[in-house]
Each structure stands twice: as C-alpha cells, then as structure tokens.
Design a protein around this ligand. Structure first.
Ligand SMILES: [Fe+2]
Ligand SMILES: [Fe+2]
Length: 210
C-alpha cells in the first residue's frame, strides 16, 4: 500500500507471469470512496489495511467501473464489513450486480452525471469497457483532480507505486487512437476533453501525473 497522491492510497496485486498489476484505491475523503472493489483475493489481503486507514470513518462508496473480477469481485466481502456501503456503477453493472444476488445499496449513474457529497464532487464518463464493448464508467473527482480510469488507460509492467509524467492531451489522443473503436473514440475524446484532471489513478500499470 502506498499513498500515491494526497489521501489516495493505492493497493496493488502484481501478477508476475503477466507482468501486470491490478490496483484499487482508497480515497480518504469525507465521505470516503474505494475505486474498484478488487478481486476476492485482493480484498482479503487489503481489508485490514483499508479499515486501518479509515479509522473511525466508514466506507460510504465503492466505485465499480464494470463487472469484472478485479473491479467488482470484492463487493460481497466489503458489504459484509460495511453494510451501508453504496456501490456506484453504470446502469448495466447495476442490473448485473442484482443478477449476481447483490442486495446492498446500488447507485446507478449515467454519462455526464454528477454525485456531490461533502468533499466529493464525482463526475462519471461512459466508456466502452472491454466486456463486449458495453457501457462502463470512469470516475473523475473534480475537487482533487483525481481521475480513476479503470481499464481505459491500462499498461503492462510493474507499476506498483510508480508515477509517470504526461499531459492530458497526449493521454486522450493515445487512448482514443489505439484502444477504442473508431466510431466511439470521437465521443469519448470529446467527453474527456471537457475535464481537466491532475492525476490519473489507473486500474492497471503506471499512474500519471499531469
Ligand atoms: Fe476490466
Ligand atoms: Fe480492470
């Protein structure tokens, strides 16, 4: 675990044979939010440290970009620990969570929608996550400038605790030119151009300081 940005704690599982990292992040804001529920393996390892960092605080939100094991696997264990926690996710994931038998609080969000609560000013942006290119979300916290990008800007390599420098224009161009189907890339590029992040908390690979 590392405080990789102000009040943002990165938890990493490194998979050597893939040279790949899976990150989840606890943002110790008021209220607090976890970006990605992590895999079951991850949350079993990280739960004690998450509670330790939170101290007296309760975890109020978990952001789930889309339904895959690294984004959503830990939701049941987290709900056992924090029964009032709210899962923030897209409409599709909300239906899938229900289908998997999740009976906790779910807050389905849409593209360009905001959730304001205390120190958090969260904006959600739609992106075609890799599960059949259906709708996933990324999450921008406007007050801190933290953008959690899930799989959108993933990189291979051991990025645990590491930060690279870049600029937002290049990051948008790189992802929209290479990773998104052409017909969707223009829409995503326009959405991303409307925000001005300071720090990209990636789901996999190397975080980016802008
Ligand atoms: Fe994914
Ligand atoms: Fe992922």
């Amino acid at each position: 675990m590392k405080e990789i940005y102000k009040n943002l704690y990165q938890f990493t599982l490194y998979i050597p044979n893939m040279d790949f990292t899976i990150h989840q992040y606890l943002y110790k804001s008021n209220p607090s939010i976890l970006f990605a529920a992590g895999t079951v393996q991850q949350i079993n390892i990280n739960m004690a440290e998450i509670k330790n960092i939170l101290g007296e605080r309760k975890l109020k939100y978990i952001f789930v970009s889309h339904m895959e094991s690294d984004e959503a696997g830990g939701v049941f264990l987290l709900k056992n620990e924090f029964p009032d926690v709210n899962i923030i996710c897209g409409q599709l994931s909300a239906r899938e969570l229900f289908g998997f038998g999740y009976d906790g609080k779910i807050l389905p969000m849409n593209n360009d929608e905001y959730l304001n609560d205390g120190e958090l000013k969260l904006k959600f942006i739609n992106y075609p996550s890799e599960v059949h290119l259906q709708n996933g979300l990324i999450c921008f916290e406007e007050n801190s400038g933290i953008l959690y990008t899930s799989d959108l800007m993933l990189k291979f390599g051991n990025g645990e605790g590491k930060i690279i420098n870049s600029n937002w224009h290049d990051e948008i161009k790189n992802v929209c030119d290479n990773r998104i189907p052409v017909e969707r890339a223009k829409i995503l590029s326009e959405s991303l151009s409307k925000i001005n992040p300071k720090f990209i908390a990636v789901g996999h690979g190397f975080c980016v300081k802008l």
